[in-house]
Design a protein around this ligand. Structure first.
Ligand code: C2E
Ligand code: CA
Ligand code: CA
Ligand code: CA
Length: 278
């Protein structure tokens, strides 16, 4: 028993060391990733449920590092957030996304929208909004074509610069989207408190809509509630035709998910077409 105990302990220590080592390596590599050009912004199309046309896209960051390989955003974004590196990285995403949007609109002559994810640390950067304004000007993009997707984690901060930044966003005419709706504790309270334009129903609910009544009822009620607040509703993580059809029936406005397309590199999105047949 004593031996087992010691083994368990050392296994635990090893696991902890591995985690810390991995984190340390990511932190170190991440600090050089921008200048080494290791990031690429991918774009996942958003599709209008009614006419099955592309109305815009969400920018999703990809990182490929020579030492670590592909690191997922779920792993590196929290570390970038913690170290503050998300500030310059986030500016890079805004810049890339708007420059791509400019090109995309020119080629297709359509009024696409572009959604960019923002995390709490980026909101505390006082220079963010002037940077965004400048980038919109540089790329000749109207503020109304840009959306910021935020989760309630940003709003929980409760500090005054969050309010200032949100007011600034609203004043400029940039759209505000509540991401991962339904996963937090106070989403409803925040919907009431701030002026959102778009609500994104979290993938975990979409997953269940064709399988269990509880998820179906929740999604149905969420769509009705959002519409009564004049919000546009996006379902994320739509993977099957059954989910798509059901969301259509429930009056969901926009769909994002593997059913239509995974996030794509810029070049691929330029060629992307929604299959018109069922
Ligand atoms: P998110 O904003 O909730 O983005 C949706 C995630 O779901 C993306 O993962 C997307 O690739 C994935 N997804 C889309 N459709 C489907 C589907 O049908 N099935 C499944 N299983 N997954 C789907 P990704 O790209 O790995 O990003 C993960 C998270 O990392 C994002 O979650 C977002 O919170 C964060 N993130 C990504 N890029 C950025 C960025 O540029 N800035 C910030 N601050 N956060 C970012
Ligand atoms: Ca998002
Ligand atoms: Ca989401
Ligand atoms: Ca998420």
């Amino acid at each position: 028993a004593k031996l087992l105990g010691r083994n368990t302990y050392s296994l635990f220590t090893k696991a902890m060391n591995d985690t810390m080592l991995r984190r340390f390596e990511i932190e170190e590599q991440l600090s050089m990733a921008l200048e080494r050009n290791e990031f690429e912004v991918y774009y996942q199309p958003k599709i209008d449920v009614k006419n099955r046309s592309i109305i815009g896209a969400e920018a999703l960051l990809r990182w490929r590092n020579p030492l670590l390989g592909n690191v997922t955003p779920d792993e590196f974004i929290p570390i970038a957030e913690h170290t503050g590196l998300i500030v310059p990285i986030g500016k890079y995403v805004v810049k890339q996304a708007l420059s791509f949007l400019n090109e995309w609109k020119k080629i297709h002559r359509k009024n696409y929208t572009m959604a960019v994810n923002l995390s709490p640390r980026q909101f505390r950067d006082k220079a963010l909004m002037s940077f965004v304004e400048q980038s919109l000007n540089d790329e000749n993009i109207k503020a109304g074509s840009l959306e910021f997707e935020i989760t309630e984690g940003i709003l929980m901060d409760g500090s005054s610069y969050i309010d200032d930044a949100l007011n600034e966003i609203h004043k400029l005419g940039i759209k505000l989207s509540m991401d991962d709706f339904g996963t937090g504790y106070s989403s409803l309270n925040y919907l009431r408190q701030y002026s959102f334009d778009i609500l994104k129903i979290d993938r975990s609910f979409i997953k269940g809509i064709t399988l269990n009544k509880a998820d179906f009822d929740l999604v149905k009620a969420t769509i009705a509630m959002a519409h009564s607040l004049d919000l546009l509703v996006v379902a994320e993580g739509v993977e099957t035709h059954e989910q798509f059809t059901l969301l259509d029936t429930l009056g969901c406005d926009l769909i994002q998910g593997y059913y239509f397309s995974k996030p794509l590199p810029a070049k691929k999105l330029l060629d992307f077409q929604v299959a018109q047949s069922d």
